[in-house]
Structures are given as C-alpha cells and as structure tokens.
Write a protein of this length. Structure first.
Length: 399
C-alpha cells in the first residue's frame, strides 16, 4: 500500500485515547435491539471500533445487503455523533440508516434519533410512497417529516432547558432493491461506489465556498436578514442547515441581545438588522439514485471523515478491503494509542461511518487493482525535488 493509503487506513480503523483493551467491533447484530439513548458518561469515552460488515445482516428487508458502522470520538470531550440503523419492518421493504452530527451538546441528537425515524415512517405511509413510480409525493412527505421533527425538537429544547443552543445535522438513506433515496440536512455526505468509480451523492450545506450550493445558502441567509462572518452565520455556526439551533430560528432576537452583552456587536449595529426568515433551516435536499448491477456499496459518514480525506480515497480503501478480506475490519490492537504520527492527526471532530455492501459484487473474483506506476513515479520525482530544494535552501541559509 502506498504511504497515503496507510494514513487513510490508520484514520478509518483507529480510535484515539482508547480506554478499553477489549475489542468493540460494531456489527449489525447490535441493532436487533431497540436503539438506546447513549448516556452522557458513555459519550465522554472514546469509541474505539473497527468497521465490520462480515456479519449476516439483521436488516433483512433488502436481500443481500450487509451493514456495518463505526463511531470514533477523537479528541473531543464528548461524542456528539450518532448512528441509527433500522430494518424494513416499518418501511415496506426499505432499510433505514442515518448519521447525526450534533453540536453544542448532545440533546438534539438524543431527541432526533427516534423522533425523526417515526416522522419519516408516518409521512411515508409506512414506506408505501417509497415504492411508487412517482417519487414526488415521497419527497414532499420527507420535507414535511423533517420540518415537523424540527418543530418538535425546538419545543422540546425550550421546555427541557438543557443544551438549548444544541443542534444536529442529519443525513438519512432509504435503501431499496433498485433505488436509494436520500434526505439530507447539513454537511455529512453519502458516496456510492459504482464499479469502482466514486459518485458523491450529496452536497454540504455550509455558508462559505464558491460552489453552487454554498452560494445559494449564502444568498438565502442574507435575504433572511443574516450575515456571514469568517465562514459562519452571524460569526457563530459553520453549517447552514440543521435541526435545533433555536438561536437562529425562534430565538434570533435573543441571540442579538446576547451578542450585545458579550460585546460582539453594538446596539447601533443590531438596530439595522431585520430578520425575515430563519437563518438555519431543516429543509432537506432529497435525492433518488438508481441502483443497478454495477452499484457496489454505499458509504455514509459525518464531516469528520470527509474533512480528513477525499471521497475517492475512502472508496478505494473500502473496496480494497472488501476485495482482499471480504469485510472491513481490523484487530483491536489498532485501537491502542492514536492515529500514528502527529502529522496524521488531522481530524479533530467526531467521526461516524456507515457502510452498506449492496451484495451485487463477487469481491473474491475481482482482479487485483493495477498500480498506477506513472502516478507513483511522478510522486517519487516530486518528493525528491522537494527534498532537494529543502537541502539547497538549508545550505544557502547556512552560508
């Protein structure tokens, strides 16, 4: 494996500051039980687990699919990500998977992990709308489900009084025999491997960047009366769509008053601010993707992964593991210590990963991947050139 692949391998398979010496490989069997809320003391531990998709799937609605998931806490004090996998029993043959990425506390994720699923099942009429030829009613139903879940969350946060500033992104996939439907809010990402080619299926909702989606988000925020400072809405939050975050929805004026108290802006400044809409919204982008015989696996992960590596690198890593071993897992010895050298420790965020092997590929029959010798040779020459330049510069400065 090339040097880059070793770095990716360490990131995907290693935990940080592991407290337990025993393996905590997460297999799909763990989701046969009702998903329990994770306690605050558990969230403070590092989740040191490998991805394992070699176990028979308990999500039997879609024949042949194998599921695996892993959560890494990283250096954060708390684990604010979560993963939910559900069987087809409520969705007429579709399986459900979701990655939640919380911020400013875990309360929003705690509420959404059960409530969003319930809203989706009800809105989709038990999955009947997912099976229709016309998916527009299903898309409209998912829009309503996400907005309803957000409204309930805001009311719950207000009444509960804990983590009132918390919020969460949510990326949900519904996997059928021949179609994948995605409902997406935030900056997690869904990637599909199709005959080894990487297809990025979602776009991050962020108030910065020059891509089409980011520019649309920036324009929407400004038209709603908000502003962008250092890539953050009102200088505070770097994601433009999320659940919760009531200070950018129902408590916008209170947010302005708090900013005055903290000296972040003046009374004169906020006298010119006129909000017309919510600055952060929970309206999802919805995608439907045909799953042909060339569709290999789905990779859903929070931004803690994608901020560290390219989607093509992640797909290549998973594909190689499936081809070589039939699964994606590693001995729990990888859980001891950190990622390796300090130069590899790039992601400071929680990381949640879900992999769905669609069962359409005979991994043992795939030929070994050919090495790109031209690319490797160019990398070698570039490395030599950089090292030589460094030696020359050092010699020059020492004169």
């Amino acid at each position: 494996m090339a040097l880059l692949s070793q770095q990716l391998q360490r990131f995907l398979l290693n935990g940080i500051n592991c407290n337990s010496s025993s393996s905590s490989v997460l297999k799909t069997n763990n989701y046969k039980k009702k998903n329990n809320i994770i306690g605050r003391d558990q969230r403070k531990r590092s989740f040191c687990s490998a991805i394992a998709i070699d176990a028979p799937s308990s999500l039997t609605g879609v024949r042949g699919i194998r599921w695996g998931s892993s959560r890494l806490q990283g250096p954060r004090e708390e684990m604010e990500d979560d993963i939910v996998l559900r069987s087809d029993h409520d969705l007429n043959g579709f399986s459900f998977a979701a990655v939640f990425d919380g911020h400013a506390g875990f309360s929003s994720v705690e509420f959404l992990r059960d409530e969003l699923y319930k809203e989706c099942v009800q809105a989709l009429q038990g999955g009947l709308l997912l099976c229709a030829k016309d998916l527009n009613p299903a898309k409209q139903a998912l829009q309503e489900a996400f907005v309803n879940a957000d409204t309930k969350l805001l009311n719950w946060l207000d009444l509960n009084g804990e983590d009132v500033d918390s919020g969460a992104t949510a990326t949900v996939v519904f996997v059928g025999n021949d179609v994948l439907i995605i409902s997406h809010v935030g900056d997690s990402c869904v990637v599909l491997s199709r005959s080894g080619k990487t297809e990025i299926l979602t776009n991050p909702h962020r108030p910065y960047g020059n891509n089409k989606v980011s520019l649309q988000e920036i324009r929407r925020i400004r038209e709603a009366g908000g502003w962008i400072s250092d890539g953050r809405i009102c200088g505070e939050i770097s994601v433009s769509r999320a659940f919760g975050d009531m200070r950018f929805k129902t408590k916008k004026n209170e947010m302005l008053e708090k900013g005055i108290e903290e000296g972040r802006w003046s009374k004169k400044f906020i006298s010119r601010v006129k909000f017309s809409e919510d600055l952060v919204i929970a309206s999802p982008d919805i995608y439907n993707v045909a799953l042909g015989s060339d569709a290999e696996f789905i990779l859903l992960a929070s931004d803690g992964l994608w901020d560290y590596m390219k989607s093509s690198d992640a797909v290549n890593f998973v594909r190689n593991q499936l081809r070589q071993h039939g699964d994606v897992q590693v001995n729990d010895l990888y859980c001891t210590g950190s990622f390796g050298s300090t130069t590899d420790r790039r992601s400071q965020d929680n990381v949640s990963i879900v992999i769905a092997d669609l069962g359409r590929t005979d991994w043992t029959s795939l030929p070994p991947e050919k090495q790109n010798f031209v690319y490797e040779l160019s990398q070698a020459f570039a490395t030599v050139a950089i090292v030589s330049l460094g030696i020359w510069a050092t010699s020059f400065l020492s004169l």
